[in-house]
Design a protein around this ligand. Structure first.
Ligand SMILES: NC(=O)c1ccc[n+]([C@@H]2O[C@H](COP(=O)([O-])OP(=O)(O)OC[C@H]3O[C@@H](n4cnc5c(N)ncnc54)[C@H](O)[C@@H]3O)[C@@H](O)[C@H]2O)c1
Length: 269
């Protein structure tokens, strides 16, 4: 039995890998091979570090070939609005994840669990039916044309990041029946502002985030361990009746700052 964490090289993926490694064999994959090699050496035990860029189908196939009996797959790999163009963000966060999930599908068996990293920003995208339809077919040939066609700027990250994360939340809901038919469960988890290298970069570029943090009910960032412990639960038998839904782990932020996360890039329609 194997647990898999994609994006295990840093932040919340690394924290999740540390917890799941206690269950036995773990594949820790990341586009940053050095980071997962370091993590594996640090954790010890049966941790297999693998290079995997989720935008490259051959690298995905190489990881899937190593899995064997799939226990849980946690997909944490992602880039934020300050780390790439809109096109790159959608390619990694949504299309890369869709490719990975399609590739592990033949391995699903009773008890397998998938946990997909979304974001609280996905909860704050204005309702837009056409956008939902586009996000629900992320590997379509005309995906980027369709995204651009509704006015999302593919050079800028601010609309694409929340859209990619709404797409992840919808993916967990959409795939639940097919996974359930195999006795498997799939969920998304939506962190709020979490103290990771990604977030530190975002805060440097958008200092207004410090006001959001202060305004949140808990008045602080989450820690990677606080999200990893939720993922550990979701992948355990204790969550055996949970599937097809999103779990918000945001310290109550969406409750107090419910407004548009796209900065007007997506208008309700
Ligand atoms: N930090 C936050 O505040 C926050 C909030 C909400 C959601 N998230 C989401 O949680 C997830 C984890 O974020 P984090 O803050 O721990 O980030 P992080 O930057 O610390 O770690 C992300 C990891 O993903 C890897 N990665 C990036 N692109 C990849 C690719 N193409 N293929 C394979 N690996 C790739 C990176 O190398 C890195 O090791 C992301 O999906 C992120 O969007 C983060």
């Amino acid at each position: 039995m194997t647990n898999v964490v994609i994006g295990a090289g840093s932040g919340m993926g690394a924290a999740t890998a540390r917890l799941l490694a206690r269950r036995g064999r773990l594949i820790a994959a990341d586009r940053n091979l050095e980071a997962v090699e370091k993590l594996a050496a640090d954790i010890g035990g049966d941790v297999v570090p693998l290079a995997c860029d989720v935008t490259d189908q051959a690298q995905i196939d190489a990881v899937v070939a190593e899995i064997g009996e799939l226990d849980a797959i946690v997909h944490a790999a992602g880039i934020s609005g300050s780390m790439g163009t809109g096109r790159q963000i959608l390619e990694v966060n949504l299309r890369g994840m869709a490719r990975m999930l399609a590739s592990v599908e033949p391995l699903l068996r009773p008890g397998s669990v998938g946990v997909l990293f979304a974001s609280m920003s996905g909860h704050r995208v204005p309702q837009h039916q056409q956008l939902n339809d586009i996000l629900d077919d992320p590997l379509a040939d005309d995906f980027f044309d369709a995204i651009a066609g509704i006015g999302i700027d593919l050079d800028m990250g601010h609309g694409s990041y929340p859209a990619s994360k709404l797409g992840v939340q919808r993916m967990a809901r959409r795939l639940a029946p097919a996974w359930g038919a195999k006795g498997a469960r799939i969920l998304s988890v939506s962190p709020g502002i979490n103290d990771t290298p990604m977030n530190r970069l975002d805060e440097e570029r958008n200092p207004i985030m410090l006001d959001f943090i202060a305004a949140g009910p808990l008045g602080r960032r989450g820690t990677p361990a606080e999200v990893a412990s939720v993922v550990e639960f979701l992948t355990s038998d204790g969550a055996s009746f949970m599937t097809g839904t999103d779990i918000l782990v945001d310290g109550g932020m969406v409750a107090v700052i419910p407004e548009d996360s796209t900065g007007g890039a997506i208008k309700a329609s």
